[in-house]
Design a protein around this ligand. Structure first.
Ligand code: ATP
Ligand code: F6P
Length: 751
């Protein structure tokens, strides 16, 4: 047996899209680190079965699996593993294969099982030695089992992490289904009950309902209060009276009422029929939610989780407790496995003992906030809090390039604004439209249907008013009686806001509360880890690149795929990480002749083997001179006929997608913050021009005049972008021999 460190990966419990990305990352990171990777097939069942179920894996075993749904190494629920006898057999099989380090990808059950095995390990091996089933030397060589868990579950039910592997993809499926149902429901003026997964966790139901613009949601953590049947039917009735043509109710599969009686879709259907005489249709989404290709997030984030888990376990010290590598506040964190799982299981106890607030509280502050926001935005008629004593006129507008998510953000700003006691106005076509007085009132109903729509109903424009237009701009603000502005857009909007803040002394009407909501596919705005629209564009790229990949599967071909982003490489970097590209060209790094030479040598080496595709992603402004076409020509010429090279420019598809669930919920969350901030300023008589950002999982605001502090003066881009440090991970996944300390990954937070 070799002295190499052996590390195994297994997937267990319900499968989840993104599990393959973890498996791939663990295998490739292990190889990079000089360790021997193994895959245990069919979860804990394979550990018990042993033999061929515990397999040495190579680089190519992890090829072409990133875009596949489910788990290629199989998953199972194993009752035998719940018994000590089963775990004894598993321990013997693992030790005999030389494995004492495991990355377990699964839900809380699978991780509990892993930790039980870890805690019993030494005793189990001792027993096996005493029974003559294991050599003492083998037992001595593996005195302990080290575990790193990655939570793979669409339910997003692990307390202490923000997002688990698979949830984002499941939510995408749910939101797609809700969008489809909305169109048929609207056509026939129907009511639909949509049943989603999540036996003990309402995350999918709540986020699906909020992103889908639904009317009512029922989740397991907070069973509806006494009289909910009446309340639900009233919401439907009032919605219809106010002109809504459809009604959608989302229910999580495991819901119960306060008497412990199940709230099934059929029960809801019956209630609606009895109280409204309406025959609601039921759609139970079932396992469709768990299947299918993973979203971009479930590919790049799962890659980072697998990479981190593998490095953590390879570099772990004897005696360290089992850990979970999870995502918290946009950071990869190491959580204590036992405590985290115990906290997760406590939520079920809370629900069973009627401590509903504690159950919902365990899901984190954002869960609670989203519940409150859903209740406001889904209200069929506004519930107005007019504590300001007057109705300030607040304008909503866009500026900058079009981004998916503008409509959901505008809808949310209008509805939250009306609820806050504002009179809402819509400005058409950015600042040009404002100067030309294209301003109209926006009522609650006017934004119906905007929750899911791509594009921008209000229109947008990239023009930043010039100095000679300031007077006209100031006049337009006065003439329309605008007391505050919410600008949902990108750089042009920020630049205009900055100019207005700088010119306040000369133009008093610029002295109003003004909030910029970061919205651009480029993800190039200061103060925000992510902007609204970037996730949709990324998913568009990933879908397109998957197709490009497949187009090359029958030939030997290099593709240079160009993506948007202006000078910001976010879309290029994340598209590369999500599609398993070999190389990415970023304007932050630049392109040199040496880089192209290195790449052509690698291409030649790869195509000498059985490779059919070599994928390079290029940011549109990576280099002024090394254009996509020039790269293609260099690559093809240097291939000397061994392969062909093509370019693919994805183009404006990236701006035109239907907003993803992430962009929709981010839009709603940010719009709520913008309204709160404006209300607070109006109440206190302040007027500040500020921009919002999502930083480390929290929405924060900054004064626009300090924007320069967060921008690199040379590039005009935000300083030290977090995503740029994922570049070495791409190289590890692409077998380029990188060996960066984990600490250099900006997303990694050692606690
Ligand atoms: N308490 C336990 N002791 C030993 N093994 C367990 C334990 N709980 C779960 N397991 C093992 O993990 C497997 C998967 O657990 P479970 O069915 O609870 O799914 P999960 O990992 O929680 O995923 P999901 O979120 O999909 O339900 C079980 O079939 C069993 O083999
Ligand atoms: O596929 P199975 O075993 O029926 O499990 C379904 C359950 O698994 C989950 O998808 C979690 O993985 C739950 O949301 C769902 O209730």
């Amino acid at each position: 047996m070799s002295d190499k460190t052996s590390i195994a990966v297994l997937t267990s419990g319900g499968d989840a899209p993104g599990m393959n990305a973890v498996v791939r990352a663990v295998i490739r990171t292990a190889l990079q680190e000089g360790a021997q990777p193994y895959a245990i097939l069919e979860g804990w069942h394979g550990a018990i079965a042993g033999g061929d179920y515990i397999r040495k894996v190579t680089w190519s075993d992890a090829s072409s699996i990133l875009d596949q749904g489910g788990t290629v190494i199989g998953s199972a629920r194993s009752s035998e593993f719940r018994e000590r006898e089963g775990r004894r057999t598993a321990a013997g099989n693992l030790a005999r294969a030389g494995i004492d380090r495991l990355v377990v990808v699964g839900g809380d059950g699978s991780l509990t099982g892993a930790d039980i095995l870890r805690s019993e390990w030494a005793d189990l091996l001792k027993e096996l030695v005493e029974a003559g089933e294991l050599d003492q030397a083998v037992a001595d060589k593996h005195p302990e089992l080290r575990i790193a868990g990655v939570v793979g579950s669409i339910d997003n039910d692990l307390v202490g992490t923000d997002m688990t592997v698979g949830t984002n993809s499941a939510l995408a499926r749910i939101v797609d289904a809700i969008d489809a149902l909305t169109s048929t429901a609207t056509s026939h003026q129907r009511t639909f009950i949509v049943e989603v997964m999540g036996r003990r966790c309402g995350y999918l139901a709540l986020m699906g309902a909020i992103a889908g613009g639904c009317d009512y949601v029922i989740i397991p953590e907070i069973p509806p209060v006494e009289g909910w049947e009446e309340h639900m039917c009233n919401q439907i009735r009032k919605g219809r009276e106010s002109g809504r043509r459809d009604s959608l109710i989302v229910v999580a599969e495991g819901c119960k009422d306060r008497h412990g009686e199940r709230i099934t879709s059929q029960r809801i259907q019956q209630i609606i029929f009895e109280k409204l005489g309406d025959k609601a249709r039921i759609t139970a989404l079932g396992h469709v939610q768990r299947g299918g290709t993973p979203s971009a997030f479930d590919r790049w984030m799962s890659t980072l989780l697998g990479y981190t888990a593998a490095l953590e376990i390879i570099r772990s010290k004897p005696g360290e407790d089992s850990c979970i590598i999870g995502l918290r506040e946009n950071h990869l964190v190491r959580l204590p496995l036992v405590e985290t799982v115990a906290n997760t299981q406590k939520v079920v106890d809370y629900m069973e003992s009627g401590e509903y607030e504690a159950a919902a509280g365990s899901r984190g502050p954002n869960f609670h906030r989203m519940l409150t926001l859903f209740s406001t935005i889904s209200s069929p008629v506004p519930v107005i809090n007019d504590d300001l004593g007057r109705k300030p006129r607040v304008a909503v507008m866009h500026a900058g390039g079009l981004a998916p998510g503008m409509n959901p953000a505008a809808r949310a700003a209008v509805r939250f604004g009306i609820s806050a006691g504002f009179e809402m106005l819509g400005v058409e076509n950015g600042f040009v439209g404002l100067i030309e007085n294209h301003v109209r009132p926006l009522e609650w109903r006017d934004v119906d249907g905007w929750a899911s729509r791509g594009g921008a109903e209000l229109g947008t424009d990239r023009k930043v008013p010039t100095i000679d237009q300031y007077f006209a701009l100031a006049r337009a603000i006065e003439a329309n009686g605008i007391d505050a502005i919410i600008m949902i857009g990108g750089k042009a909007g920020y630049d205009t806001a900055w100019a207005m803040a700088s010119e306040r002394n000369r133009f008093p009407s610029f002295n109003i509360p003004f909030i910029c909501v970061p919205t651009t596919i480029d993800n190039n705005l200061p103060g925000s880890d992510l902007t609204i629209g970037a996730d949709t564009a990324l998913n568009t790229n990933v879908e397109a690149i998957d197709k490009i990949r497949r187009s090359a599967s029958a030939s030997r071909r290099t593709f240079v795929v160009e993506v948007m982003g202006r000078k910001c490489g976010y879309l290029a970097m994340m598209s590369a990480l999500s599609t398993g590209a070999e190389q990415v060209y970023l304007s932050e790094v630049g392109v040199s002749l040496d880089m192209l030479k290195f790449e052509t040598e690698r291409m030649n080496w790869c195509f000498t083997g059985d490779r059919s595709l070599y994928l390079a992603i290029r940011n549109e402004q990576a280099s002024q001179y090394y254009t996509a076409d020039l790269m293609r020509r260099v690559f093809e010429e240097e291939g000397r006929g061994k392969y062909t090279a093509r370019t693919a420019i994805i183009g404006h598809m990236q701006q035109g997608g239907m907003p993803t669930s992430y962009d929709r919920t981010l839009a709603i969350s940010m719009a709520a913050n913008a309204v709160d901030e404006i209300k607070e300023q109006l109440k206190s008589g302040r007027s500040s021009i500020r921009y919002l950002g999502m930083h480390n999982g929290h929405v924060v605001s900054h004064p626009i005049l300090h924007m320069d502090e967060q921008i690199d003066p040379e590039t005009g881009l935000p300083q030290d972008p977090w995503w740029l440090t994922t570049l070495p991970v791409l190289y590890v996944m692409g077998q380029k021999g990188y060996n960066e300390p984990l600490e250099d990954l900006k997303m990694y937070r050692k606690n």
